[in-house]
Design a protein around this ligand. Structure first.
Ligand SMILES: NC(=O)c1ccc[n+]([C@@H]2O[C@H](COP(=O)([O-])OP(=O)(O)OC[C@H]3O[C@@H](n4cnc5c(N)ncnc54)[C@H](OP(=O)(O)O)[C@@H]3O)[C@@H](O)[C@H]2O)c1
Length: 314
């Protein structure tokens, strides 16, 4: 949804215009939001290595949270999730045809967001066969109600050799802007590594969390070497990490790094890694969205602070 040749101006305009809607939603949530972040109003960005385009460092995952039908009471909370993301300067929204109704819900809600949202839309192809892949991706364009998808990823590397030529063709035509692969489990790292070495890619989306650090060994250094942007999925291990940390006091230095929750610390732990471009925690909860976006503000963690957190989770 972003023009490669007019990104900054257009994005700034849409972000600025979107703020009024944002504060309407925020006011509904009055008393339910984390304390405002002082200083900057827009989160920090990281450059996408293949283009140098700045990408806001905290995004939104739609697995489960956006797999919701309009009749469900949870659906009414989702506009505030998107507004919370945009209000803090976030843009990245990650979905997949694997996530039930999530693409459709995202498309519906973005289409009523006036003016057109600044979303950086990432979705995936998750099927076997060239024609099946094309049909599924065409359906994603319809469901997301867009004529351009920012990032198309091959979900869990499923039939990647078949889909990659289609993705390259569509990138050349401008239908998609970036190409990536995804996975979520350590058992796939050998294959992920082999594809990263063999193919030029813009993005890798991979599991990385404070208590799930296997990618630090070979995958993240390889992404740096190859100039591949990294999106961290399952940054809370699907939620289990935060359950383990719940009730523990935050470290004494938390305020110094502008952190007021374990969720923010867990995300800042990932963002301190130089290979990481953006984290995409999943939520359908506006309060959690604002909390997570807070990780994109203030100082990043030092190595000593990261080591303390590792010692805490074992
Ligand atoms: N193979 C792949 O390509 C792949 C695999 C897995 C995930 N992904 C992507 O990565 C995204 C993130 O992974 P995930 O959603 O599986 O797991 P996750 O982000 O690690 O955890 C999501 C869970 O954390 C909770 N949560 C979120 N923010 C919170 C906060 N501030 N405080 C307390 N709890 C909070 C959510 O609760 P609520 O649900 O109540 O909001 C949800 O239960 C997915 O949504 C998806 O877009 C991709």
């Amino acid at each position: 949804m972003n023009d490669p040749d007019g990104f900054s101006r257009r994005q700034l305009l849409t972000l600025a215009a979107g703020m009024s809607a944002v504060f309407t939603f925020d006011s509904v949530l009055a008393g339910n939001t984390p304390p405002p972040v002082t200083g900057a109003t827009h989160m920090q960005t990281r450059p996408i290595p293949s283009s140098a385009e700045p990408l806001p460092m905290v995004g939104l995952g739609t697995y489960r949270g956006f797999d919701v039908a309009p009749a469900d009471p949870a659906y009414k909370l989702l506009p505030a999730v998107l507004s919370g993301l945009f209000a803090k300067g976030g843009t990245v929204i990650d979905s997949s045809p694997m996530y039930g109704r999530a693409e459709q819900t995202t498309g519906e809600l973005l289409s009523i967001h006036e003016p057109r949202s600044p979303a950086f839309l990432a979705t995936k192809v998750w099927t076997r066969g060239r024609e099946e892949g094309i049909a599924q991706m065409e359906q994603s364009f319809k469901l997301l109600q867009t004529d351009r998808i920012d990032l198309m990823q091959i979900h869990n590397l499923l039939d990647w050799k078949t889909h990659l030529p289609t993705l390259r063709e569509w990138k050349a035509q401008g239908r998609i802007r970036y190409i990536g692969i995804t996975h979520y489990t350590a058992s796939a790292y050998d294959e992920v590594e082999a594809v990263l070495k063999a193919e030029p890619l813009d993005f890798l989306q991979i599991n990385y969390a404070l208590d799930d650090r296997g990618v630090e060994k070979r995958i993240l250094p390889l992404c740096r070497e190859r100039g591949v942007a990294v999106l961290c999925n399952r940054p809370f291990g699907g939620g289990g990490l935060l359950g383990r940390l719940q009730g523990k006091p935050l470290p004494g230095w938390a305020a110094q790094v502008q952190v007021n929750s374990w969720a923010q610390l867990a995300l800042k732990f990932l963002l301190a890694h130089p290979a990481v471009t953006c984290v995409i925690p999943g939520t359908g909860n506006p309060k959690y969205m604002l909390d997570n976006a807070g990780a994109g503000f203030g100082p990043m963690l030092t190595d000593a602070q990261r080591q303390q957190l590792i010692a805490l989770v074992g």
